[in-house]
Design a protein around this ligand. Structure first.
Ligand code: ZN
Length: 354
């Protein structure tokens, strides 16, 4: 039997029934206390057939979570071959348990066994979603206060694997010098969001590391205090002590035509630090080299940093640490909104309800 619309149980505020604190049934379904549910199976059928949130969740599970889970095998096997047994085991199990809270038209990932390994495709994807959400909030928060944004890309030339850790050190040293010592920079820049990105050239097997930086400036920058691209290039070459001319890009942040607000512009800035397709290559010779090189060069490094007005906004908005924090949704649920708890386990290559 299917539940008719009038028998529908409240899953979110606004369904017209009084909601009390949630009680979790053995089926994993969370219902308002005081409601009697005699036919759990039918109720689940009703939700599976009708809930848009569940349909959307299933879609995301199939199209986003599943491909990342499948990719973990390659990284785990490579760690085993390199002798990093603990890492291999943690990565192999990453995201094999997922717990969602499902509302009427929305869902949230509330618990999972993520490994937080630096090269984990699943964790890097979750981290990038989190950073995107936090950066969007911060930029939207600051924009009405009169800040405008620039997007700066700072690069060094490609280096072979053995030079990669030194290259990362040079990049971070150069950034610190530019940020702390350059008088022009200090005068015009009110805050920064810094993202490290690493790419690999598969023909020359060299590594390319660069920093994407969002700069907050006051409108005066575009009149009295404007810095040209060649000045930015000189400033970066000098801060990094380079004997060649580096590639430096600077542009004003603008939302793309037809898009709403800063969303698409932020997405351009907040890229994955590393794409897993870049290092989980189909070569038993090069995959271990790429994985080990990235691991050595990036361990202990902050891939993301914030300063000035961005750091303050982060505190004002009470946002967590996107790198060290949990990779689930950490915002507080309202106590008066009811939801279902839905759990999935990874079994034989697919996610199944548990
Ligand atoms: Zn992971």
């Amino acid at each position: 039997m299917r539940y008719k619309e009038k028998n529908r149980l409240p899953l979110a505020l606004g369904d017209g029934l009084p909601l009390a604190s949630s009680g979790v049934l053995a089926s994993g379904l969370s219902l308002a206390s005081g409601l009697e549910v005699k036919e759990n199976e039918d109720l689940l059928v009703f939700i599976n057939d009708s809930s848009k949130a569940m349909e959307d969740l299933q879609d995301v599970l199939d199209k986003k979570f599943t491909p990342k889970r499948v990719n973990l095998g390659s990284l785990s096997d490579t760690y085993f071959d390199l002798g990093y047994i603990k890492r291999a085991l943690l990565v192999a199990d990453c995201g094999s348990f997922l717990e969602f809270h499902v509302f009427d038209y929305a869902w949230k990932l509330k618990a999972a066994n993520f490994c937080k390994d630096r090269l984990c495709p699943m964790c890097n994807w979750r981290r990038s979603l989190k950073i995107f959400s936090q950066v969007s909030q911060v930029m939207n928060y600051l924009e009405p206060k009169g800040y405008q944004y620039l997007f700066l890309t700072l690069t060094l030339r490609n280096e072979p694997a053995e030079r990669f850790p030194d290259m990362i050190q040079s990049l971070f040293d150069g950034w610190r010098e530019l940020y702390h010592e350059n008088k022009v920079f200090k005068k015009v820049v009110e805050g920064t969001l810094r993202f490290l990105e690493v790419t690999i050239n598969h023909k020359t097997h060299t590594f390319h590391a660069h920093l994407h930086v969002v700069l907050a400036v006051y409108p005066d920058y575009f009149h009295k205090e404007y810095i040209s691209q060649s000045q930015w290039t000189e400033m970066w070459a000098s801060a990094s002590n380079l004997d060649y001319t580096p590639i430096v890009h600077i542009e004003r942040f603008k939302a793309k035509p037809g898009s709403s607000g800063l969303g698409s512009a932020v997405a351009e800035a907040v890229k994955y630090a590393m794409k897993d397709s870049d290092y989980l290559v189909d070569s038993d010779t090069w995959r271990p080299v790429y994985v080990e090189t990235l691991l050595r060069g990036l361990s202990g490094r902050r891939l993301f940093g914030k300063t000035g007005c961005f750091g303050k906004a982060w505190r004002d908005l009470k946002l967590g640490d996107p790198e060290a924090g949990e990779l689930t949704e950490d915002d507080q649920l309202r106590e008066d909104i009811d939801y279902m708890i839905v759990r999935y386990g990874w079994r034989n290559g697919v996610y199944v309800r548990i």
